[in-house]
Write a protein that binds this ligand. Structure first.
Ligand SMILES: [Zn+2]
Length: 299
């Protein structure tokens, strides 16, 4: 996972903060020491989205004196996932049961997600809105809402320098997980495809992703990800065709190798996001039941 240290006339800023494990904190401190900056030298931290490998150590930086900034509705979503009652984790358990996840897998999913919550600091970010300008160590960047990977994921566009701080929106080697959760916006995959098109032609010649190496060809990478999801939508139709099947069994066809409880969650949520997108396009219908099943619409 990459966090970006930005040095400018206005001091230092950071984009994203890693997972709060002993290794994560040691890596952050070592990276800052290499740059001869101490924790207290970070003035501002922009967090692209609520995932634990991005938000995790933001509270540590806040306590060291940084201002943590985050897209306003993403702050509320973070509280529902990471707050003491873990509302969204419990709601997801019921949602996954409804879509056919076996109880023992669902139990493991919940346990590993709750364990992850211990690696996320308590933090009280300052809200910022889509389209606002954000000073990042003296650089003028603009916040752009890019829903899909999470509902209120946001990137920073540094137009004068031609740089995009992309978070998990556009990644170089892997495609970011797009999942349907009980409190998601209506069509997360539709959101994701639209917000890829929205950033495709930005005047950017350097993309700084949160995972993998920085890269230059934003439009080329966006086109490849769009093509990937076209193929996955076709594969989802193929997997659902014939007998009515529940989403978990479709996910097991689409993702035959799942190595952890987290991967089980991403596979089911991602499959549901594809099914919902197909449903909104009139290609499949959800049939109520225990579990709910999916049917391909003829023609
Ligand atoms: Zn993420």
């Amino acid at each position: 996972m990459n966090a970006y240290l930005v040095e400018g006339t206005g001091g230092y800023a950071l984009v994203d903060a890693g997972l709060h494990t002993a290794e994560g904190e040691a890596a952050l401190r070592a990276g800052l020491a290499d740059a001869r900056v101490d924790l207290a030298g970070i003035r501002r931290v922009f967090v692209t989205h609520l995932h634990p490998d991005h938000l995790g150590m933001a509270g540590t930086l806040e306590r060291a004196g940084a201002e943590v900034v985050m897209h306003r509705p993403e702050i509320a979503a973070a509280r529902r996932v990471w707050g003491a009652d873990h509302r969204d984790i419990e709601a997801t358990y019921a949602h996954f049961a409804r879509h056919g996840m076996p109880p023992e897998v669902n139990d493991g999913m919940r346990a590993s997600w709750l364990e992850m919550a211990e690696r996320v600091d308590a933090v009280d970010p300052v809200p910022i809105e889509d389209g606002d300008e954000l000073d990042l160590g003296g650089r003028a960047t603009r916040v752009a809402w890019t829903p899909g990977h999470t509902d209120y994921h946001a990137v920073l566009v540094d137009a004068p320098e031609g740089v995009l701080f992309a978070g998990d929106h556009v990644l170089p080697r892997i495609t970011s997980n797009v999942g349907l959760y009980p409190r998601s916006r209506d069509d997360p995959l539709g959101d994701f495809l639209s917000s890829l098109r929205k950033v495709r032609d930005l005047p950017v010649h350097r993309v700084l992703p949160a995972h993998g190496e920085p890269f230059d060809d934003l439009a080329g990478r966006v086109d490849a990800i769009l093509a990937h999801h076209d193929a996955r939508l076709a594969a989802t139709i193929d997997a659902a065709d014939g007998a009515e099947r529940d989403a978990y069994s479709i996910a097991r066809t689409l993702f035959p190798r799942l190595r952890s409880a987290h991967e089980e969650r991403f596979a089911l949520a991602e499959t549901l996001a594809h099914l919902r997108h197909l449903e909104r396009a009139g290609r499949v219908v959800e049939v109520d039941g225990e579990p709910a099943r999916w049917k391909v619409v003829a023609g």
